[in-house]
Design a protein around this ligand. Structure first.
Ligand SMILES: *[C@@H]1O[C@H](CO)[C@@H](O)[C@H](O)[C@H]1NC(C)=O
Ligand SMILES: *[C@@H]1O[C@H](CO)[C@@H](O)[C@H](O)[C@H]1NC(C)=O
Length: 494
């Protein structure tokens, strides 16, 4: 243990010199905006709002909204899909606002409500793609109150423009889906969504145009049985059944197709398949060899979320290392060609989601999820954080920086196609506040800003003070309090 702590403090010393993500929001406990104080009091009294039961897991930025999803693992979650208005006066711990409304988040209202949402994704056509898994609670108390349904919202009108219920053939008895990747073609109609079935070991493709879905199976979706042991925040646990989880699409290749990259959660290996296969329902069978092994990220690289930018740089959460990793897909994937882009042994404990917005800002949410699930969070402490950094800043000085590519894997993008629509899409909201940690409490407003300047620089003193000297570990008196199992371990006991 002593050796381990020394090792970790060694890493901290290295990491603190390279801290690039800026803390934008943080919370001890989440809270919600209600239309008035009376309805909030009512919610607190009737158990409609139990703040300490809420854990944020997913984020997405679209113009002046930062979406935050909160699964209904326990009672008292008033809304599973929420946002923070980025153009409102800055608050370090903003209350969440339900999206599109409280009514649109009604638990168990399968037709017009959302029950439990994990990850969400906005597209270039101003649509928000939301998968409602329809579950309430977690193992052993999971209830499937609604079927799996894809809900797509028009972000300009805040209206739901589509609801699609997955076919019975798309899911199996163990199905658990958290992640979405989008595959945007030349028109808004030409959009496909992919969903990773972590415990059913499947990949579901959905065509917007056809309003239809189909399911792929492959042994690459399964966990690596040799790396099912996890150590996070001083907790040791086994998530050995966790299959395909983090997924992302690459930029469009010269052949007009993207590549879908994926990794099982219990694995250090990266896999890929061309969307030429996934888009074609007839390829559901007979495509074994179209799925490729990309390479290995190396030891302690379990990941829950990944995203790739328009130049082919992939960012991924590194849950064992309290870090965000990167890899430039122009190069072979091996440990030498990857880097830790940023790390923080207190603030980045369980980086749950990572996204890149239209202005090339990277957004990260960390939530100490294993402590919430396996033990108990201390609500006197800061538990949830949202960070932001310009992508180029985050990967500066690492092997992930864009450079002249030497070799391409044959399934990887050759030259990202120029997308003329991007010009009109990345419109910047007329007014947006993205204050840095150095200006907490004081508002910084920008009007029609160039994209690089969205995130103001923080001073060096603040960069260093962000990294506390002691890594966060759950105390021994805290661990072992609860014997709650993660919600996804339906058949698999710890
Ligand atoms: C499951 O839910 C029931 C009813 O709400 C409750 O009585 C029971 O204690 C719960 N079990 C666990 C293990 O949480
Ligand atoms: C898409 O399919 C769903 C079935 O889940 C159906 O209810 C809906 O009306 C369809 N939408 C369109 C636009 O065809």
């Amino acid at each position: 243990m002593v050796i381990r702590i020394l090792l970790i403090s060694g890493l901290v010393a290295v990491a603190s010199a390279a801290v690039k993500l800026q803390e934008m929001y943080s919370w001890n406990v989440l809270d919600w905006n209600y239309p008035d104080q009376y309805s909030k009091q009512q919610a607190l009294q009737t158990g409609g709002l139990i703040p300490q039961n809420a854990l944020p897991v997913g984020i997405e930025r679209w113009r002046n909204k930062l979406f935050v999803s909160v699964p209904r693992w326990q009672p008292g979650i008033p809304a599973t899909l929420n946002y923070i208005p980025l153009d409102a006066p800055y608050e370090p711990s903003p209350k969440l606002t339900p999206y599109p409304s409280f009514k649109g988040n009604e638990l168990g209202n399968c037709e017009s409500g959302l029950t439990t949402v994990y990850r969400v994704k906005a597209d270039k056509c101003d649509r928000l793609w939301v998968l409602d898994v329809g579950t309430y609670g977690y193992d052993p108390n999971v209830t499937n109150v609604c079927p799996y349904s894809l809900n797509v919202y028009d972000l300009n009108t805040d209206q739901r423009i589509r609801r699609y219920v997955f076919r019975p053939e798309d899911i199996v008895s163990t199905t658990f889906i958290a992640n979405i990747a989008l595959d945007e073609g030349q028109t808004c109609d030409d959009t496909f969504a992919y969903f990773s079935d972590e415990l059913g070991y499947g990949l579901i493709a959905y065509s917007w145009e056809q309003n239809k879905s189909w399911r792929f199976s492959h042994s690459y979706f399964m966990p690596d049985p040799l790396v099912g042991d996890f150590n996070i925040a001083g907790l040791n646990f086994q998530w050995g059944a966790e299959g395909i989880f983090g997924i992302t699409t690459s930029p469009m290749g010269a052949d007009g197709f993207r590549t879908l990259y994926f990794s099982p959660l219990s694995s250090y290996t990266e896999f890929a398949v061309s969307t030429r296969i996934l888009r074609d329902e007839s390829k559901v069978t007979g495509s074994y060899r179209d799925f490729k092994v990309v390479g290995s990220r190396g030891r302690d690289t379990h990941t829950t979320a990944k995203v790739m930018d328009s130049t082919g740089v992939q960012l991924y959460s590194l849950i064992d290392q309290n870090a965000i990793g990167c890899w430039n897909s122009a190069f072979t994937l091996n440990p030498q060609n990857t880097a830790v882009a940023d790390k923080d042994d207190v603030g980045l404990v369980f980086p749950s989601d990572v996204k890149i917005d239209e202005e090339r800002n990277v957004w990260v949410i960390s939530d100490r999820m294993p402590v919430f699930l396996e033990s108990e969070l201390n609500y006197g402490d800061i538990n949830f954080r949202i960070y932001v950094a310009p992508l180029d800043k985050l990967i500066e000085g690492t092997v992930c920086e864009p450079q002249v590519p030497k070799t391409f894997p044959n399934f990887a993008p050759q030259t990202p196609l120029y997308n003329p629509r991007l010009e009109t899409i990345s419109q910047i909201p007329p007014q947006i506040f993205l204050p840095s940690t150095s200006q907490r409490g004081s508002k910084t407003s920008f009007s029609t800003l160039p994209s690089q300047n969205v995130i103001p620089k923080v001073s060096n003193s603040l960069i260093f003070s962000k990294q506390p000297s002691q890594p966060y570990f759950i105390s021994s008196s805290q661990s072992g309090i609860a014997n709650k199992n993660p919600w996804w371990l339906k058949d698999y006991q710890l």
